[in-house]
Design a protein around this ligand. Structure first.
Ligand SMILES: *Cc1c(COP(=O)(O)O)cnc(C)c1O
Length: 245
């Protein structure tokens, strides 16, 4: 059994190599540790090892861990205020959970409808937070995947209205490639996200599209080659997840 620190340094090394291979600077790529399903103690161990950015996929699950972290003296940076670790929601946000999402997360990386964005904006506004958000794009045929359809009228409408959602701050795009496909399919998917970013950034010049969140344990090096600015790594850092109930 390897320790968290050993797994982290192996990942760091692979990120370095991928950056060199693609002519990118290491500081252009942020590492997000995906701690979903793992206990708060795993987050504390990662914080100890120097990680300050986490991804969680369920609001309620993180609400519990948030309390445990607070009890251990680790604060979570909310919106752009308060210092602490950053924890982002990377799972689908249901519109009835926006109040809690705005209360507990530093950012929401899975905006997938105008409706949920408007509700999250209202929730953040009530709390006086300004939440950084990413827009999730669906580049997979799978029913289970969420996200805006690329090129859709709904996505255009979202970007048109986003500047008026003052309590959210659009920072870029994220995607999850199709499950169980080969790495070449993942690469195509990442490339497509980068191209979408370029075209939307031109059309909606008032918004920021700096962040491209793509790449997970099985494909992060390819994502870095294709321009990822944020890789979301769970299994390769924390080990296999036991299936959620
Ligand atoms: C679980 C999850 C990850 C991490 O996946 P691993 O393959 O364990 O690295 C990344 N992104 C999202 C959206 C996830 O739900």
């Amino acid at each position: 059994m390897s320790t968290f620190k050993e797994r982290l340094s192996a990942i760091e090394e692979r990120i370095d190599v991928a950056c060199v291979r693609s002519g990118r600077k290491r500081k252009e790529v942020r590492l997000m540790a995906v701690s979903k399903v793992h206990p708060a103690s795993a987050i504390l161990e990662a914080v100890d090892a120097g990680i300050n950015l986490f991804g969680e996929n369920r609001v309620q699950e993180f609400e519990r861990k948030h309390a445990e972290l607070a009890a251990a003296g680790v604060g979570v940076a909310i919106g752009e205020a308060k210092p602490g670790i950053e924890v982002h929601l990377i799972g689908h946000l249901q519109s009835n959970k926006t109040a809690k999402a705005a209360e507990f997360f530093s950012g929401v990386d899975t905006i997938d409808s105008l409706r949920v964005a408007e509700r999250l904006n209202d929730s953040a506004k009530k709390l006086g937070h300004r939440l950084p958000v990413l827009v999730e794009i669906k580049l997979s045929e799978e029913e289970a995947k969420s996200g805006f359809q690329p090129g859709s009228a709904e996505l255009d409408e979202f970007f048109e209205k986003a500047p008026h959602l003052y309590s959210l701050r659009v920072r870029g795009l994220m995607t999850v490639p199709p499950l169980d496909e080969d790495l070449e399919a993942a690469r195509q998917c990442f490339r497509q996200l980068r191209q979408l970013r370029e075209s939307y950034a031109k059309r909606f010049s008032g918004l920021s599209f700096d962040e491209l969140s793509m790449g997970m344990s099985g494909d992060f090096e390819i994502a870095i080659e294709e321009g990822s600015t944020l890789v979301r790594i769970g299994t390769a850092l924390f080990g296999q997840r036991v299936k959620q109930a």
